[in-house]
Ligand binder design. Structure first.
Ligand code: IPM
Ligand code: MG
Length: 355
């Protein structure tokens, strides 16, 4: 199989972890007889420095013309002072919106070798296997109007939380479909006791549910969900929620697994899907060979599975990650006493060795 992948390393540790993931892809290509062609593109701070804008048109057209997009991370203190439209994060939001990637799939599955790395008790987290399906192109992130104004002699900042029926319906369908392939349990998270957007959300989710009588649907308020994720995470299988709630809950779910450095994500819904680690650009450890490449490596496994239908290849990567962890190899973020501490490059090499 021959596939073209747009590669956007971005900023901070993005460059290192993406480099690692490409080495892993090359190893898979060699072992299984595929050809992956990489087209490197700029986004975020790297694009701002080179071109003056966070998301150059060239990056978008490369992405549109490819079979999948791999993104590292964007952002860093250097650009934090920039005005809104010149912040690196705009690149990520622009890619999501322009590519129509409304369904963000964030699995939080604990690796059994890592139960001790979680900040929660072993019996709480052992066996956790959750997928957060986050709506990615609507809600507060994109609602208009938004901005700054002066009202009654003082500055105000404002955003609009808005969802249309069709936006809710399509993400609900994605979540029900995912639930159907798993334990057939879906929890829709909202704030319907307060917000109109959430009341509409709940109504449409209930409507869609009629097409999925085999799925056990529950509803939970977002504040309760954030508490339940810590109290008893094993009650969840698939969670579906709107953009901002999903941003927050997916970080929380990620941390159940010990480190946000382990978690992969897929953004689907358009003609080309994008894959990225859930963690950010971590400027504090950038360029020091300290970053955990596993989230990005697991993201390319998701790419192989979801975009290229290469299940065996994806399994080979996941098995290699599990093997490396069970043999006690750790990056700093998941290190516990008695384990072997590795850098980004060494961790990548170990995973490749087991592929
Ligand atoms: C994420 C990130 C982004 C988001 C930021 C960097 C714009 O936190 O992917 O979760 O809020 O969606
Ligand atoms: Mg986030």
């Amino acid at each position: 199989m021959k596939k073209v992948i747009t590669v956007i390393p971005g900023d901070g540790i993005g460059k290192e972890v993406v480099e690692g993931a490409l080495h892993v892809l090359n190893a898979v290509a060699k072992k299984f007889g595929h050809t992956f062609e990489y087209k490197h593109a700029l986004a975020g701070g790297a694009a701002l420095d080179a071109t003056g804008i966070p998301l150059p048109e060239e990056t978008l057209s490369l992405a549109r013309a490819s079979d999948a997009v791999l993104l590292g991370a964007v952002g860093g203190p250097k650009w934090d002072v920039n005005p809104q439209h010149l912040k690196p994060e705009r690149a990520l939001l622009g890619l999501r919106k322009e590519l129509g990637l409304y369904a963000n799939i964030r699995p939080a599955k604990i690796y059994s070798a890592l139960v001790d790395a979680s900040s929660l008790k072993k019996e709480i987290v052992d066996g956790v296997d959750i997928i957060v399906v986050r709506e990615l192109t609507g809600g507060l992130y994109f609602g208009k109007p938004s901005g700054f104004e002066t009202r009654n002699g003082e500055q105000v900042g404002f955003n609009t939380m808005i969802y249309s029926e069709s936006e809710v319906r399509r993400i609900a369908v994605s979540a029900f479909e995912i639930a159907r392939k798993r334990k057939k349990r879906l929890c829709s998270v909202d704030k319907a006791n307060v917000l109109e957007t959430s009341q509409l959300w709940r109504k449409i989710v209930l409507e869609v549910a009629r097409q999925y009588p085999d799925i056990e649907l529950s509803h939970m308020y977002v504040d309760n969900c954030s508490m339940q994720l810590i109290r008893n995470p094993k009650q969840f299988d698939v969670i579906v929620t709107e953009n901002l709630f999903g941003d927050i809950l997916s970080d929380e779910a990620a941390m159940l697994t010990g480190s946000i450095g382990m978690l992969a994500s897929a953004s689907l819904g358009g003609t080309v899907a994008m894959y990225e680690p859930v963690h950010g650009s971590a400027p504090d450890i950038a360029g020091q060979n300290k970053a955990n490449p596993i989230a990005t490596i697991a993201s390319v496994a998701m790419m192989l599975k979801y975009s290229f239908d290469l299940g065996a290849e994806a399994d080979a990567i996941e098995l290699a990650i599990e093997t490396v962890l069970s043999k006690g190899y750790r990056t700093g973020d998941i290190y516990t006493e008695g384990m072997t501490l590795l850098g980004t490059k060494e961790m990548t090499e170990k995973i490749i060795a087991f592929i």
